[in-house]
Design a protein around this ligand. Structure first.
Ligand code: MOS
Length: 752
């Protein structure tokens, strides 16, 4: 195959040393001192408070609301219900493209899920609005709620996730199973998980005629702008979104949610700026969640322990009124080299809010099942789990046959195993105890996540005083994106970071593309790199075309940009500062523009993924089944490491979510009412410090010249994948009990 590279010979070399440095977060001091202004910290003059009233039934109609009682409460300004909600320019149930999620915006009295907004109370304080909302005392005509994966007939979805096929296969599965000398069929279950970023969804909305300015956390300001523009019938450029800080996003702030739109509607209704913040329990309904799954894994292997067949079928749930299908089975597409692979999905419609992207959508529950099943298969073949994986990992992408753009999985296995001490692991379970008598188990899992890119844009400016500016409406959810992007920006224009002003966080700047799919640094970074290249090329033209410049005559490709000067490549003694070039040319500033996106030719030639291997140790009380993860080592290869401190931190975060998924997190639905019974952070368990063990993340070196000009792959989501399986496999190794229902709880260990 022809070598296709999107790394083009640059018109000039920009030398930078900022990429690769472990800089601390740019906004770290602001955040730790409380000076960072999050959406809900804004108080424009005249602002009033909106509080949602939400449904306590999951299906039916609202038959009565005591609007008069609420309005009579001192301080209450208005009660917004279907009777007086502003008319929208677009039906919120209209779906013009797959990324348009349906919303409940008080268009009628129907209730489609528990905690659905049914009214909004606006008052002069949070307290009076809250009291007003409680006075509404809704009455309902309720119908039986459908909850769980067996509550309705299932259907075969046309597409899953963000629009990928619901069924895929290569090879002959039945033949592969028939040819196998070892076969297993196992069923894994994962629960519903609800988005609980530290910062709940919040908005401060202010109208000025038909111009709207809002403060709200967003992972995708341009998409939010377009969605709001459609609903209110105004131009996107008349909507100004400020989103400088997010207290976590994880997918829930990728698309603007119904409650945020309700805040904008309330502001329109009362003619004043309105603040609306979700209460914690209101996160359990209208803002998306990770759907539950039941995954059937069928695997076959020959007597050498080579996979002959891999079938991954995922049943999941979606809402009665929208289409998001958790793409869990797709986790089996890219990892293991079975000659026959089949993945498929089915779904039921239940009375719940529509599921949505949650960190590593598809891959998180899918790899939990896959990596557990691979462990079961290794055992059935009598092989060490690492040896089994080394035997079976794919050398080309199994479903497509494409080569990987780069793949350092073997190095991840080797470096992780060495650091963890895997070689001394006894193969049989229940062989290790610590000196307090706890059962000790070691498990592992493979991590994989697609290296995606969306489309982003950036604007670069060089100023006469020798400083530079990079503008991009990028999103920092807390992951350190701005820090990494500012490093890329400094290198892109050949300046030190402190000479480079980095502007971000509002929709008035060039659209950086959505911060999701672990693609933000790659997308926005490529746009920045491109914009820097554009402005430096203009600067070089000014110098090389001017007889008074020491660079005269060097063509553009003959110039190097470094620390505020252009140098002749063939004679670095000849150089000139940006400031001198611009001053002589009489320019106050010059600008360049750039775009970041993946190259279609490269995309069709290569399969692009980040890889990793996770090793976990658990200790289990032999009498009571209480579990602790005591040690984890992850080794990950994801291309260029822009900032090792931020990257490591992303891996830690993902691995901690893996602990959460494996042992803690589940939303429990009341089967009688369809309501979540643990909609709070006291009973919806997530790991606290005491649950988080010693974690190490090894940054395995990888150079990928195909994925994008900077060689960057994403690091935000891969940490969950592999980790869940590693912990589950360690629990088996400690106890000899294979738990196939997540989260793994002590009752499941004791029962058996
Ligand atoms: Mo992520 S679930 O793509 O924000």
């Amino acid at each position: 195959m022809a070598e296709i590279s999107i790394v083009q010979t640059p018109a000039h070399i920009r030398m930078g040393s900022s990429i690769g440095q472990p800089l601390t977060r740019r906004e770290g001091v602001l955040k730790t001192t409380g000076a960072a202004r999050y959406a809900a910290d804004n108080h424009p003059p005249g602002m009033v408070y909106a509080v949602l009233a939400v449904s306590s039934i999951a299906r039916g109609r609202v038959t009565a609301l005591h609007v008069t009682a609420a309005k009579a409460h001192p301080g209450v300004i208005e009660v917004m219900t279907p009777a007086n909600a502003p008319k929208l320019a677009l039906d919120p149930d209209a779906k013009l493209h797959p990324f348009m999620f349906r919303m409940d915006l008080l268009q009628n009295d129907t209730v489609r899920y528990a905690n659905q907004p049914i009214a909004v109370v606006v008052a002069d304080s949070l307290e009076t609005a809250t009291e007003g909302a409680s006075l509404l005392a809704p009455r309902y005509q309720a119908e039986p709620a459908r909850t769980g994966l067996d509550s309705a007939d299932s259907f075969a979805p046309l597409a899953v996730g963000a629009g990928s096929p619901a069924q895929e296969s290569h090879g002959n599965l039945e033949a592969g199973l028939a040819a196998a000398s070892v076969r297993i069929e196992v069923i894994y279950e994962t629960p519903a998980q609800y988005h609980n970023a530290m910062e709940p969804h919040a908005i401060v909305a202010a109208w000025d005629g038909d111009t709207l300015s809002i403060d709200t956390p967003s992972q995708g300001m341009a998409m939010a702008q377009a969605r709001i523009a459609g609903l209110f019938g105004i131009a996107p450029e008349d909507i100004h979104i400020r989103s400088p800080f997010l207290g976590g996003g994880f997918g829930s702030k990728g698309l603007i949610s119904g409650p945020q739109i309700l805040g904008i509607m309330a502001a329109r209704l009362v003619g004043r700026p309105v603040k609306l913040v979700l209460r914690r329990e209101q996160m359990f309904g209208p803002v998306g969640h990770r759907a539950p799954t039941r995954q059937t894994m069928r695997l076959g292997a020959d007597d050498q322990g080579r996979l002959t067949a891999l079938s991954h079928h995922a049943k999941t749930a979606t809402s009665t009124f929208d289409e998001f299908i958790e793409p869990a089975a797709n986790a089996s597409h890219a990892l293991y080299a079975s000659p026959a692979i089949q993945t498929s999905h089915e779904a039921v419609r239940i009375d719940a809010g529509t599921p949505m992207f949650m960190r590593a959508p598809g891959e998180a529950p899918g790899s939990a099942a896959l990596e557990s099943a691979i462990d079961e298969m290794a055992l059935a073949c009598g092989m060490d789990p690492l040896a089994f994986r080394l035997t079976n990992y794919a050398e080309v992408e199994p479903m497509s046959g494409k080569p990987f753009s780069s793949k350092a999985l073997r190095q991840c296995y080797e470096q992780g195993a060495k650091r963890f001490g895997w070689a001394t692991r006894p193969q049989a379970p229940r062989q290790m105890r610590d000196d307090t008598g706890m059962l000790v188990g070691w498990g592992m899992g493979t991590a994989v996540f697609p290296a995606l890119m969306f489309q982003g844009h950036a604007r670069a400016v060089l100023r006469q005083d020798g400083t530079g500016v990079m503008e991009i409406g990028a999103h920092d959810m807390g992951q350190g994106a701005w820090t990494a992007l500012a490093q890329i920006a400094a290198d892109a224009i050949g300046l030190d970071p402190d000479q480079t002003e980095f502007r971000s966080g509002t929709s008035d700047l060039p659209d950086a593309g959505i911060a999701g799919g672990s693609a933000h640094t790659a997308t926005a970074g490529a746009a920045i790199h491109d914009a820097g290249g554009d402005v430096i090329a203009k600067l070089a033209d000014l110098a090389t075309g001017d007889q008074r410049s020491p660079l005269f005559g060097a063509n553009n490709a003959g110039v190097i940009a470094r620390r505020g000067r252009l140098y002749r490549r063939d004679d670095e003694a000849r150089s000139e500062s940006y400031a001198d070039i611009l001053t002589r040319a009489g320019h106050v500033e010059i600008e360049g523009r750039g775009t970041g996106a993946s190259d279609p030719a490269t995309l069709s030639a290569y399969a692009m993924y980040a890889h990793g291997a996770v090793f976990a140790e658990v200790k289990v009380d032999p009498d009571f089944g209480q579990m602790r993860v005591t040690r984890m080592v992850g080794a990950f290869a994801a291309g260029t490491v822009v900032n090792p401190r931020m990257v490591r931190s992303q891996y830690y975060g993902g691995m901690i979510w893996g602990v959460s998924f494996a042992l803690h997190e589940a939303a429990v639905m009341d089967k009688r009412t369809g309501r979540p019974i643990n909609p709070n952070l006291a009973e919806y368990n997530v790991p606290v410090n005491a649950d988080v063990p010693n974690i190490e993340a090894i940054l395995v070196e990888e150079r990928d010249v195909h994925v994008n000009a900077l060689g960057i792959k994403g690091v935000g989501e891969i940490g969950i994948t592999g980790t869940v399986g590693a912990i589950a496999n360690a629990v088996w190794h400690a106890t000899g009990v294979r738990v196939r229902r997540f989260p793994i709880t002590l009752d499941q260990l004791i029962d058996t």
